[in-house]
Write a protein that binds this ligand. Structure first.
Ligand code: FES
Length: 119
């Protein structure tokens, strides 16, 4: 018996090319679904922790995404900024891939970032 995936189906894996990001809204909370340079998919809070800029509009390099606002890069696995001016992490959510389906568990924040308050 196959195990049921945890979380919500958010997209198909092949909808996102490597080094690209897809912005989605979950209960008005913006989330970036990002495919890194190696093809691995991550789900992070889309709003930069420094100011109100969408991270999914930034460039993906390796396993990091760069905020176009002031250049902070965020590690897609840890959510941590790799340099100033941002110094707080963004939330990282648990991702499961089943076939070509991408599921994100928005109740499971993997890092120490503040969890969004979903209704
Ligand atoms: S808004 Fe992202 S680094 Fe300033």
């Amino acid at each position: 018996m196959t195990e049921q995936p945890k979380g919500e189906l958010v997209c198909k894996a092949n909808e996102i090319q490597p080094k690209q990001a897809l912005r989605i809204l979950i209960d008005d909370f913006p989330v970036a679904i990002v495919k890194d340079s190696m093809g691995e998919i991550h789900a992070i809070g889309d709003t930069c922790s420094h100011a109100d800029i969408s991270l999914s509009e930034g460039e993906v390099e390796g396993c990091a995404i760069e905020c176009w606002g002031h250049g902070s890069q965020f590690d897609l696995r840890s959510g941590e900024p790799l340099q100033l001016p941002a110094y707080d992490p963004v939330p990282v959510f648990a991702v499961e891939i089943h076939g070509d389906d991408v599921y994100v568990d928005f109740t499971n924040v993997l890092n120490g970032a503040e969890a969004p308050n979903f209704s």
